[in-house]
Design a protein around this ligand. Structure first.
Ligand code: SF4
Length: 310
């Protein structure tokens, strides 16, 4: 659960993003690096990449407008059936159901649908129920009310059934403990990975950074060279970056949690001599002053380490 200060920070980041890209074409025309840089701190970087790609498609195929069919919305990157349904209902006032996390919980309780909603069959049952309950009028209000009910009344751990307008027909409330619905995701051990980061800083104070591939974690963001083992860090600095090391200092490890795995990061600060012939100033790698590096799209731990070195 986010704390109040974190919520304020996230809202501030989103507001800054929306202020900069306040229509579809301004986002479509933006440099992908600028989009990612403005997204830094919000996590889920695939969302920023998808927003940018979706804006480009809307400009190219839909005259810079949001599509008004479910199929065309779902063809945009990052938009699934529930988000497309929400856009159809809220923006285009058409009768389409949604099934975000809050609505799944409300419907699972309302009809006592057991099982984890991540399972295909359970999800199908929930979609069927969501469709069957759609009203003929005021769909946008209905969809908004469903989401609000899940967010404020039918909450995950403390549903306020005595305040709920669905109380009289809600099967989970009438016959069981609502908290039994929906069933939780089956537990699976979260794997732990390790990585070693090489933070090369020359005597001009510049740091070596490389751009990560567009796919995978932190796709398209700028980061330090990373290696599985310490000995590879040394090999990389000597043979790949071709730097002359003055000193190597381990920094405090960082523990970072992703949705599918945890990552222990072991950063090593390698002070090296400045070399006017130094390699790596191109579109994908470069030596940056810390001030300039902090303007790039960066994973949160990279930003934290650079700020520490500033
Ligand atoms: S009665 Fe309780 S469990 Fe049922 S929908 Fe309302 S808040 Fe949720």
């Amino acid at each position: 659960m986010l704390q109040q200060t974190q919520v304020s920070t996230v809202i501030a980041y989103y507001t800054r993003f929306i202020d900069r890209y306040n229509d579809i074409s301004s986002l479509a025309n933006a440099d992908p690096d600028d989009v990612l840089a403005l997204w830094t701190g919000l996590g889920y970087y695939a969302r920023a990449r998808n927003l940018h790609k979706a804006a480009i498609i809307m400009v190219e195929k839909h005259h810079g407008e949001m599509p008004d069919t479910l199929e065309n919305l779902m063809a945009l990157p990052g938009i699934g059936r529930s988000t497309a349904g929400a856009i159809m209902a809220l923006a285009h006032k058409q009768a389409f159901p949604i099934l975000d996390g809050n609505v799944k919980r409300v419907l699972a309780r309302y009809n006592a649908i057991s099982g984890w909603p991540g399972k295909k069959q359970v999800e199908q049952n929930l979609w069927q129920l969501a469709e069957s309950l759609l009203p003929k009028k005021r769909v946008a209000n209905y969809i908004q009310a469903q989401m609000d009910l899940g967010a404020t009344i039918c909450t995950r751990t403390k549903p306020l059934c005595s305040h709920c307008p669905l109380q009289q027909d809600c099967k989970a409330y009438l016959y069981e403990d609502p908290r039994n619905y929906p069933s939780p995701k089956p537990k699976k051990e979260t794997p732990l990975r390790q990585t070693h980061w090489l933070i090369a800083q020359n005597t001009h104070g510049e740091i070596f950074l490389e751009k990560r591939p567009n796919h995978g974690i932190w796709g398209g963001l700028w980061s330090f060279p990373e290696k599985n083992e310490m000995k590879e860090v040394q090999f990389c600095s000597e043979h790949q970056l071709n730097i002359k090391t003055i000193s190597t200092t381990p920094m405090a490890p960082i523990h970072h949690v992703f949705t599918h795995f945890k990552l222990d990061i072991y950063p090593f600060l390698i002070q090296c001599e400045y070399n006017s012939q130094q390699i790596g100033d191109n579109n994908c790698t470069g030596w940056y002053t810390i001030r300039n590096a902090l303007r790039l799209g960066l994973p949160a731990p990279v930003k934290a380490l650079l700020t520490l070195l500033e």
